[in-house]
Design a binder for this molecule. Sequence first.
Ligand code: PCA
Length: 329
Amino acid sequence: MKLTTKLMTGVASAAIAVTAALPAFAAEKWDMPMAYSASNFHSENGVAFADCVRDATSGEIDITVHPGGSLFAGADIKRAIQTGQVQIGERLMSGHQNENPVFGFDSIPFLAPSFDASAKLFEAAKPKMDELLAEQNLTMLYAVPWPPQGLYFNKEVNSVADMAGLKFRSYNNATSRLAELTGMLPVTIEAAEISQAFATGVAESMISSGATGYDRKVWESLSHFYEVDAWLPYNYVMVNNDVWSGVSDANKSAITTCAGEAAARGLQASKDYTQFTMDGLAAGGMTVGPAGEELMSGLREVGETMTSEWLAAAGDDGAAIVDAFKASN
Ligand code: PCA
């Protein structure tokens, strides 16, 4: 028998075996809620991760991504995974700062304001994050940083004094605190809802990446984006541990490989998206550029206050993360 015929026969009998076994073979369906819009790079990366997992597990694990908070709003995603309402999902890590201040390690102003520094900070924090998540029945599969955070306004702003009284959209405890310390009025709003919040005047400023302003077309309501490079917060994908422990070793290793690829691909997309989206904001009509000296020095003072407050709240765990980060520089 020629090799090709042999292979063909092999394939044919394998196909018959699979068909015969069909009733026993059911793809495991996983739902993956994500908080940000379908066109956002985190969401596109999540879809690519799901495709990779489907391929690498030969269809045994079939993940459906639900972007834009369509299945669960951002604030509810972690609980939905913990309680097994869904198997897997993605959330902004610092969104859990109210559960434990340590989750806010990536939102300390000016501690790690570049991609390189934030990667080191993340590595320094990861063992503690893994431990905290394990206590919550969760395993982190991969994490991807947002581009550097800058300030959006509906007017020109040259100093912290110019920010007083503005309604400020916040997305975690750190951003609410930043608003308080600069005399603004924080209101927490999910990214999925911000276009409307700005259009209706519920909010008139925020701190975020160029990416989120671009995704939500904020030039329709806002006029200025100041590059501040305050921090680079992480999104992370986590899986429920009861689900994870039921996955075969082969599929676990396939998923882990897909997760590693997603982390690298997401990081590159975040870097590429940084300039691309700032150009997009400018093309939309916004004034885009670095924050001036006076504004920066005021923000640095606020940053120092926030750093000491975080260290006091996060205790020994927080200090250990910052020490490990500093040692890695
Ligand atoms: N975008 C998200 C979090 C950080 C970012 O750049 C948001 O604004 O909700």
